[in-house]
Design a protein around this ligand. Structure first.
Ligand code: UD1
Length: 377
């Protein structure tokens, strides 16, 4: 960036965007934004991977599946306690920003890397665009909720996916001109890859039939770190599994919890390794039911019209409940059992796809950045 200008002595008129990603749920959000930046030509893009997620199944496979360019820089931060991980990203991104001096830092979602990169940038007076801003679960015990609140308090442009997020930001006193309701970049990615994903043989490979299985993801500390809570969840899930096979791609955090808490004794579900984006999308699109504690999957199932039970007490994505196919069931076994039965008996709720979740959110975001950064009237 900066260096190329120094070499030639000519000021590059392009807008220099430095994007920071770190963890699995960031990758499907950044993909359409990077593509849009490249397609427009007026931007110079630098992609930084913090290395928060580093396993091939949690990181590289997403870059490959989604055609994301190799990161220009990988900070190799890795796992660690929250403070340490956040501090490492903050220190390293600051150093990089001092060197490169981009016009804007682009961050997505609510992971530790999102907050750390934002802090590094704003302290250097570099504006930050936060994509997927304004979501609030109201639960400050979730590390992501702290990341969301702090990122939005200092970022420059806040791009939101649903009206409730807009309302949250207004309530927190954010100036109107900073808030942009643009739709959902994760759904841009889903719509782009859905046909390709549906053609995969993922179901056959796992011996599943269309609408004849459930799909489970579980990795929130509140669900997996407490042995009693996890055992209770597995008990009711095992019951459901007797009616419909539950496929469970296991996040490394959850694999470690299963190992530590149950001495290697696995729950009686179909456990598989974490799946790549396309395989997971293929399974999600044809599932009878999805059970999850993830944020993004609540939105993806709403976009697909597939019933979703969210194994948490709150959601930061209320439109998936009010308009979509999502039901919040918490961790109470009776509620989980009852809601799952409803869906298996064909009485699940149907929903509609929220406004602006149309595959064009990235374009709207880059339009705003072009305008705000002064390259367009
Ligand atoms: C992070 C995000 C969470 C997101 C999730 C998706 C934060 C606070 N949380 O949670 O919002 O939903 O990613 O996956 O940023 N590990 C590996 N290999 C990896 C990555 C992690 O083995 O490639 C293991 C390590 O033991 C690590 C643990 O998983 O300590 C947790 O990883 P971490 O990045 O701290 O948080 P996630 O639980 O993955």
């Amino acid at each position: 960036m900066q260096q190329s200008q120094e070499k030639t002595g000519v000021k590059d008129p392009r807008i220099r965007v430095l994007s920071v990603v770190g963890a699995r749920p960031n990758f499907m959000k950044i993909a359409p934004l990077l593509r849009e930046l490249l397609a427009r030509g007026g931007f110079e893009s630098c992609l930084v991977h913090t290395g928060q997620h580093y396993d091939p199944t949690m990181s590289q496979s997403f870059f490959r599946d989604l055609g994301i360019p190799e990161p220009d820089i990988n900070l190799g931060v890795g796992s660690g306690p929250h403070g340490e991980q956040t501090a490492q990203v903050l220190t390293q991104v600051e150093r990089l920003l001092l060197e490169r001096r981009p016009d804007v830092v682009l961050v997505v979602g609510d992971v530790n890397s999102t907050l750390a990169a934002t802090l590094a940038a704003v302290k250097l007076n570099i504006p930050v665009a936060h994509v997927e801003a304004g979501l609030r679960s109201g639960d400050r015990e979730m590390p992501e909720e702290i990341n969301r609140l702090l990122t939005d308090a200092v970022a420059t442009w806040l791009f939101v996916t649903e009206p409730a997020a807009q309302a949250n930001l207004r309530r927190e006193g954010v100036a109107e001109h900073r808030i942009h309701l643009v739709g959902n970049v994760m759904i841009d990615t889903l719509l782009e890859h859905l046909d390709r994903a549906r053609k995969l043989d993922t179901l056959q490979r796992l011996g599943l039939h269309s609408r004849g299985y459930a799909l489970l993801t579980l990795h929130r500390p509140s669900n997996v770190d407490d042995p009693q809570q996890l055992r209770q969840l597995f008990d009711v899930l095992e019951e459901i599994h007797e009616k419909v096979p539950i496929v469970f791609p296991v996040h490394p955090r959850t694999a470690a919890a299963i190992q530590n808490l149950f001495g290697g004794e696995e729950p009686a579900l179909r456990l598989v390794e974490p799946l790549g984006y396309l395989d997971f999308l293929c399974l999600m699109a044809d599932a009878k039911l999805v059970l999850t504690d993830s944020g993004g999957i609540q939105e993806e199932t709403t976009a697909l019209g597939v019933a979703c039970l969210t194994l948490r007490d709150t959601t930061e994505r209320p439109i998936t409940v009010t308009e979509g196919t999502n039901t919040i069931v918490g961790s109470d076994p009776a509620t989980i059992r009852a809601e799952a039965s409803k869906i298996l008996d064909g009485n699940g709720k149907s929903g509609r796809v929220p406004e602006l979740w149309d595959g064009r959110a990235a374009g709207r975001i880059i339009d705003v950045l072009e305008r705000e950064l002064g390259r367009k009237p």
